[in-house]
Write a new protein. Sequence first.
Length: 240
Amino acid sequence: MKNITSKLIALGLTGALAVVSFTACSKAKETTAETTADTVVEKMSGDKRVGGWSVPQDTKITEEELKIFNKAIEGLTGVGYEPVAYLGSQVVAGTNHCFLCKSTVIYPGATNRYTLVYIYEKLEGTEEILNIADIELPGAGDADSNPIPGGWSYADDPSVDEKTASVVDKATEKLLGAEYEPVAYIGSQVVAGMNHAVLCRITAISPDAEDGYALLYIYEDLNGGVEVLEINEITLSIDA
């Protein structure tokens, strides 16, 4: 792998994903992308737990899921939440749901962010928000401030276009043990080329493995070459 330091900000910025902690991609890594990928897939393997989270085959939000979301956030003020993808459900005494949302503080000049919104649907049909966890990119700044120069910027449009899909496909084609399907484009960073942060659905190619999610950091050079810099597993949990 090339020297990652030259592709990422030279400001020593670090960040943490609210769902899983990690060291930001601001220094050279000793492990390869293949090793990191194997670690993520290994964590996803094992027996399915009763009451665990189920990952849908299609993350597109259905009308019924949208109704659940809208009822839960009704009356919520201060921040606007736009559901982007349905990430999973958990059967309890009722059902827990996890939505990926584009969130914007209702404040002049505020930048958007991306969050995981956990909603509890009770058996009697009422809903409530259990937790809201930000996805934080290194150097992206606070919700009510501008990004730090040289840091990451959150995407205005999280939709995955053909170019993004191609970048993910090329970057992960040599990673063994799993398939990576882009779900949402989270952010970017201008370097000598471009760094991309893409939320992907992971399908592990293993008999007892469970599907899951990870945030992939991908470097695209000026000549169109691509490379996975880091893979960070996202564990669905209302305690995140």
